[in-house]
Design a protein around this ligand. Structure first.
Ligand code: FMN
Length: 223
């Protein structure tokens, strides 16, 4: 879709590694720039902004939700969708990210609910971290996020970027750009075209209502 015809789409983009020089953070930077080229407004963040103590119900009761969880909650509230580049550890998702997701799931309304998400990974391995992304889908979809079917895993990431921060393999860079553009098309459709709204994902009995729905209904009846 041509950018001049794009309706407003706001995306939160972050890499889920805490490491200086993280390859996932580099991939998030590239994803953010592609999303902007394709007409989205990007809120860029880092995992360090969302770091939380290990989840403990006693801590939640005594001191409430931590600042890192509050920060991710607030950013999710202000966007239409998110793009996460998450490392794979031992064939699963990042524990740091899962811990923050667990904390964020305690907010009401729960901010992942109904948000569109695109998942990416970068790893020196030949699988690029794809297995970890399958694990990451589970809590996100459980929380009502609509996770884009195509996921991007950058294999041998330590030598995959060129000096400009793009993916050196032109075909792969093109696939990356096309996939992100299609994801943004979907976010735009879900936000602006209510006839495409899917059945709200049920989470702890939540139903679409005036407070929680973010679809602009205009004159069309709610689905
Ligand atoms: C404890 C540990 C487990 C890892 N397990 C995997 C794995 O299962 N699959 C994989 O592709 N890479 C694995 N890696 C390699 C990471 O993908 C690699 O360290 C990567 O650079 C981490 O992402 P970052 O560069 O964004 O920090 C593992 C690394 C560590 C430290």
């Amino acid at each position: 879709m041509a950018n001049e015809r794009r309706c407003s789409v706001r995306l939160l983009v972050f890499g889920a590694s805490l490491r200086e020089g993280s390859m996932n953070d580099r991939l998030a930077t590239l994803g953010a720039s592609v999303a902007e080229e394709k007409g989205a407004t990007v809120e860029r963040a880092t995992m360090s902004q969302f770091e939380c103590p290990a989840y403990d119900t006693d801590v939640e009761i005594s001191t409430g939700l931590p600042a890192g969880a509050q920060a991710l909650h607030d950013k999710l509230q202000s966007v239409d969708g998110f793009m996460i580049a998450s490392p794979e550890y031992n064939a699963s998702m990042s524990g740091v990210l899962k811990n923050t997701i667990d904390w964020v799931s305690r907010f009401r309304p729960q901010p992942f609910n109904g948000k569109q998400g695109f998942l990416m990974a970068a790893s020196p391995s030949m699988t690029g971290g794809k297995i970890g992304l399958w694990a990451l889908r589970q809590p996100l979809e459980h929380l009502g996020a609509r996770t884009y079917p195509d996921m991007f895993a950058l294999a041998q990431a330590h030598r995959a970027f060129d000096d400009a921060g793009r993916i050196a393999d032109a075909k792969l860079q093109n696939w990356f750009e096309t996939t992100i553009e299609c994801f943004i098309d979907l976010v735009e459709a879900s936000k602006h075209y209510p006839h495409l709204k899917k059945q709200w994902v049920e989470f702890l009995g939540e139903r679409p209502d005036e407070e929680t729905t973010r679809v602009e209904l205009g004159e069309t009846a709610a689905v």
